[in-house]
Design a protein around this ligand. Sequence first.
Ligand SMILES: [Zn+2]
Ligand SMILES: [Zn+2]
Length: 518
Amino acid sequence: MCAALSRRAEIPSLSGAEYFHPLFDNFAEWLRSQGASDRTICSMSGAIKHFIVWLDCEGIGLSDIDSAVIRRFFRHRCECPRPQAERYQNGIARDHAFQGRVVRFVTFLIETGHRPAPFDRCYGDQLVADFVGRLEVPERSASRVASYKSQVSHFLDWCWFDGLALSEFKADVLDDFRNHQCVCPGHFVHKPVRTKDQIAQVRNFFSYLTHRGVINGTHRSAGHEPDLEGFRRWLFENRGVRDITVDGHVFRINKLIRDLGTDPDTYTHKLISQALLRHLKGTSRHWVTSMTTSLRMYLRYLATMGKCAPELVDAVPTVPHWRLSTLPRYVVADDVERIIETADPATPTGARNRAILLLLARLALRPREILELRLADIDWDNAIVRIKGKSRVEVGLPLPQDVGDALVAYIEHNRPGTVESSVFLCAKPPHGRMLTSSAVTSVVREAIRKSGIRNPNLGGAYLLRHSAATNMLRGGATMETVATLLRHRSIQTTSIYAKVDTNLLSAVVQPWMGGEAC
Ligand SMILES: [Zn+2]
Ligand SMILES: [Zn+2]
């Protein structure tokens, strides 16, 4: 017979008064000290005694009780024995009142040291009070503050009840909290599912605790405190932003500030993009978008307050709405040649496509610049092609020999005779000019397909532009040279290509390169 069974058999022969002494008597005393009447204590005894017997039969010590144990008890198929002369009903419905009694008993066990407490409950209350005190500003509604208070109290009570020490939280503690089946004292009437908004509130509290050095003992070094309350007020008063959106911005900036530093005087273009890259590595695209939006807001706020230069707002890259890629969108130099070679110069379409591919690959043109290229833009005498870039600034680029040859082959021998001034025309009659970037994209796609290069992430008209930049950097060209070719106004934009080559950019932020910003 195993120990549990023998214990089960033994209990009915024990005297109830002795069996429950002194634990139950101490509990009764504790309840009385909290103002409970004898009648209340009497009504609680059945549930508590049943719980004590069940723990005994299961071989669970008082110091091992946590919420999982309690939930097991609520669900157990009852075959529990009763000590002699006890008349409480084991089969009694384990309803909400019953469960509340058990939770209260466990609270007693923790408060009186039968089960270790992870932290002093008064300390927890103090943390909640401090946090909520910071939230009480005129522009935040009282009900919002009350909602915060209720959520963060719940979080700390859950930690306390389940024995989670604040100093050693695991990374997924908030996920656990979101999903916990609630038996927390004072909270378990709450809806079992916690909303995103509620979790966001707890997350803010979590950041606050981290910042304060309560969590994981990571004390922040003294120095500048970021002016997040001022930022919050500014968002509210000047931007007409809703409460929940304000919380989101403040939360994100609070996170980023670890990488960015708290002193706006030290902020530069370089620091901002480096901090972003470091912080965004491996995060979701959604987070990347939200974070860049929040950072732009924050810098705008600092600029308004005269704390940083207004130009810094432009240092935050725009995130284009691209699909995710898992591999860098570029191909090595040999593959670029293979792609170009797929266009057969003996056919009119092939001659046109070869010229397009060469312009993309050698001069790193953007698709739109291909579409807008006019015959008059080519200066044959000086071997220069004039390109109107993003900000309508015209630049002259030297025409390499092979690009010039391909253009001549197309324009002189294969381009349909027409009054159209655009260089590149549709292959099909009536041979109008190519209208959209997707026409250029399909030229590139077709060439990649024919080249036999297998990479599901390739495609798109920017591929050859990216490859030109990346291969130049790999070949040892300086950032300035590449920036000149790409006609970037800021070297910061160019540096995104360098990141690709050194694998510093995570797969998720790679869509930056070649997007609207480049
Ligand atoms: Zn039972
Ligand atoms: Zn709970």
